[in-house]
Design a protein around this ligand. Structure first.
Ligand code: FCA
Length: 333
């Protein structure tokens, strides 16, 4: 009898521990869902919009969204650790450098966090896209072509001779989607007869207006012989930098046509100025899809274990001063 009691006394905590272990996954599934949304340039209107729509998903589905700006690799790693400490179950990320892909994948695995990339697809050590991280991005090359075709239409209206037109390509080629977008644009221009020698690459150090301005300034100074200009870049900020640099050198809307990519506040500010600038248009892409859908997909993945599609590429539509109100309404923006 005494032996039996001792055995029970000894076995009970073990049994309880075992029971707790078996119950643990269930208890965890009932934990409140917390999802991180990490973006490389929180000050950029595009990312503000993504966050806004991700918040909407959080409200609709009933999860907590943790928004963190990650301007560099160190902040990014700290943010992922922080999410794990807060008991988040997953995160959506647009990393400050796509080459950090392997580090993101490792950190997520270590903390048992699910990860989805948005906008910029992460690369592994060999420079290949990490297929195991579901991604939503824009169809870079196609959207770039739309920029080029929009420019060609306006060039034609103005009766410019393509031999006298230079295409300023504000370039951020270390980012694959950036290169695809701007190459799509210049390819469309060249297919229509723009001489390849008239394509001027202006590398920017960062994808913001200030760095685009500096890059464009150098390019304008070095190439005084062209009569007309068009400007392309990976986003609206890049093209806006070129437009501002042109203004500083007396190259204004009659001699320069800029078409960006994005359609967030940066473009809207230009469109609502009383006098039009050389920022002629933008290809409107959807921060709603990129923000809402990625966050909602993460929620679904966490709660039902159903992973999103490996790759989703979204499209865009040319937006100008004329159709901006209508178009944004159509897209529910
Ligand atoms: C990249 C760019 C952003 C935005 C996004 C869709 O991350 O840097 O400006 O265009 O793709």
């Amino acid at each position: 009898m005494r032996n039996k009691n001792t055995l029970l006394a000894w076995a009970t905590p073990l049994l309880t521990a075992a029971a707790m272990l078996t119950l643990a996954p269930l208890a965890r599934a009932a934990d409140p869902v917390k999802i991180g949304f990490l973006v490389k340039q929180a000050e950029e209107p595009w990312f503000q919009d993504e966050w806004k729509y991700a918040e909407q998903a959080a409200k609709d589905k009933g999860f907590t969204l943790v928004k963190i700006g990650i301007p560099n690799g160190e902040k990014m790693m700290a943010a992922i650790d922080n999410l794990a400490a807060q008991k988040a179950q997953g995160f959506v990320i647009c990393a400050p450098d796509v080459k950090l892909g392997a580090a993101v994948a490792r950190a997520a695995k270590r903390h048992d966090l699910k990860v989805i990339s948005v906008d910029d697809q992460l690369l592994d050590g060999a420079g290949k896209a990490i297929a195991s991280i579901p991604h939503m991005g824009i169809s870079g090359y196609e959207i770039g072509k739309q920029v080029g075709l929009g420019l060609l239409e306006e060039i034609k209206k103005r009766g410019w001779n393509l031999n006298e037109v230079a295409a300023l390509r504000v370039a951020f080629d270390q980012l694959p989607t950036g290169r695809e977008r701007t190459m799509g644009a210049v390819d469309a221009l060249m297919a229509a007869g723009l001489p390849p020698a008239n394509v001027i690459a202006a590398p920017q150090a960062k994808t913001d207006t200030e760095n685009a301005f500096n890059a464009a300034n150098i390019a304008f100074t070095k190439n005084p012989k062209f009569k007309h200009w068009v400007a392309v870049g990976l986003n609206d900020e890049a093209v806006l930098g070129a437009v501002r640099a042109g203004e500083g050198r007396g190259i204004r809307k009659d001699d320069l046509i800029g078409i960006g990519i994005g359609g967030s506040q940066t473009a809207l500010n230009e469109f609502t100025k009383p006098v039009a600038t050389a920022f002629f248009g933008t290809v409107l892409i959807s921060p709603k899809r990129h923000g809402y859908e990625t966050a909602a997909n993460m929620y679904q993945w966490i709660t039902t274990n159903q992973a999103p599609a490996a790759l989703t590429l979204t499209s865009g539509t040319l937006m100008t001063r004329q159709n901006q109100v209508e178009l944004r309404k159509q897209l529910g923006l």
